[in-house]
Design a protein around this ligand. Structure first.
Ligand code: NAD
Length: 420
């Protein structure tokens, strides 16, 4: 009989666990250690009431999953999205553990989310929901314990409400409880665009390592939010021709290149805006365009066994977490499509969150050049560490990143030992 607790085939959790177990096989982990790292340390699910503008009360469901803190306090974003399920949050928490380890941050991995469409709430309702959810998870987060950050559907304003709610409950200001805050309350310069900038840095390192300059390359970007719109703008500024972008409403395609700055100014209605040049395309079409680089910056599972054979891009950069399923990846590998994996390609966000946390602890602030110089240094190191494992062990960049990240967590776990 099938295991009723097994993740749904092709789901984000299925993808994350399959990747993990393949890497664990290569690392030769013992059964006990394998179980420790496959399992979350803590999972909190909360059903909480929110008062709506019309006086009615609605009950929402949210989660905070803490995967592993062997290397330090837990770190990971909060997602507000209608499709948030506990299993997805578990997958994303696990990816955060490996990601922090790949780029050498002293953090473990966590993730949180609320099943809600934030665009359907008024500002007041969103604030009520954020504050109540923060109070609910307040028992397990904290600047030394678990530090949330923005993810899909959340932003600096929501981080400010989280910081304020946590601070009100403990009785003093605790800016370090979240990152991705506004500058006025201890945010860092460069956090907002950090993940997109990181995509550029990684693309550049890869271009140099493979002797193929980015200038003139054609690019399609799925997802035009925090990560995708910034990545598109940075790649365009680098001389790439961004021929297509899309969001949940659909996409735009223009062979001689889209004006990303104009589109960012019109977001989130850019795709459907009547003055927008370029042809309307679907997300499905965008994923199969004949481009040099496809940046996936929307959701999990976008390339899978149903569409992978139609992908024409030569290089995929995973700005999103888990955007390619395992069966999808197998098809892409057969077609010699190179994938720069999420746990390396989108690490820019958590790296600059780490910088925000450090600056907050020191109450001493860096300028934009300092932030970017240090971001580039950590990403460059991460890329070259991963590429070296890939060459040495003759494995994909994904497997190399997993071997590196999981290997570091294994080392920390063994060094600490099992309590008691
Ligand atoms: P966001 O909410 O700012 O933007 C998400 C974008 O994806 C929007 O343009 C939205 O319209 C689009 N989208 C949503 N569902 C879609 C669908 N089904 N098809 C096509 N487009 C869709 O979110 P974000 O912060 O940019 O996050 C995007 C991805 O990047 C997520 O996987 C997230 O976990 C990952 N990520 C984010 C950060 C960060 O710093 N924000 C860091 C690392 C990884």
């Amino acid at each position: 009989m099938a295991d009723p607790t097994a993740p749904i085939e092709g789901s984000a959790l299925d993808t994350a666990l399959t990747q993990y177990h393949r890497a664990a096989d290569r690392l030769g982990l013992t059964d006990g250690l394998r179980d420790v790292l496959a399992t979350n340390k803590r999972e909190l699910t909360t059903h909480f009431p929110v008062e709506m503008d019309d006086g009615s009360i609605r009950v929402f469901t949210g989660h905070r999953v803490q995967h592993n803190n062997a290397r330090g306090p837990l770190k990971g974003g909060i997602r507000f999205h209608p499709q948030v399920e506990l299993d997805d949050v578990k997958a994303l928490a696990m990816l955060m553990t490996w990601k922090c380890a790949v780029v050498g941050l002293p953090f473990g991995g966590a993730k949180g989310g609320v099943t809600v469409d934030p665009r359907a709430l008024s500002a007041g309702e969103l604030e009520n929901l954020t504050r109540r959810f923060t109070a609910e998870i307040g028992i397990i987060i904290g600047p030394e314990k678990d530090i949330p950050a923005p993810d899909m559907g959340t932003d600096a304003r929501i981080m400010a409400w989280m910081m304020d709610t946590y601070s009100m409950n403990v009785g003093y200001s605790v800016p370090g409880v979240v990152t991705g805050k506004p500058l006025s309350i201890g945010g860092t310069v460069g956090r907002e665009e950090a993940t997109g900038r990181g995509v550029l840095h990684i693309a550049r390192e890869h271009a140099q390592a493979t002797n193929r300059p980015l200038e003139g390359m054609t690019v399609a970007v799925q997802g035009f939010g925090n990560v995708g719109s910034a990545a598109a703008a940075f790649l365009a500024a680098e001389g790439c021709r961004v021929v297509a972008v899309s969001d949940v409403a659909g996409g735009r395609h223009q062979e001689n290149g889209l004006n990303i700055d104009v589109m960012r100014a019109l977001a989130p209605t850019a795709m459907t805006h009547p003055s927008m040049p370029g042809d309307l395309i679907t997300n499905a079409d965008l994923l199969t365009l004949p481009v040099d680089i496809l940046v996936l910056a929307a959701m999990e599972g976008q390339i899978n066994e149903r569409n992978a054979d139609k992908v024409q891009a030569k290089l995929i950069i995973e700005g999103a977490n888990g955007p390619v399923t395992t069966p999808g990846e197998e098809i892409l590998v057969d077609k010699n499509v190179m994938i720069i994996p999420d746990i390396l390609a989108n690490a820019g966000g958590v790296i600059v969150s780490y910088f925000e946390w450090i600056q907050g602890r020191q109450a001493y602030w860096w300028d934009a050049e300092e932030v970017d110089r240090r971001l580039l240094a950590l990403l460059r190191q991460g890329y070259h560490d991963v590429a070296a494992v890939s060459r040495r062990q003759e494995v994909s960049l994904r497997m190399a990143a997993l071997l590196l990240g999981i290997g570091r967590v294994v080392e920390a776990t063994k060094t600490r030992g099992i309590f008691p």
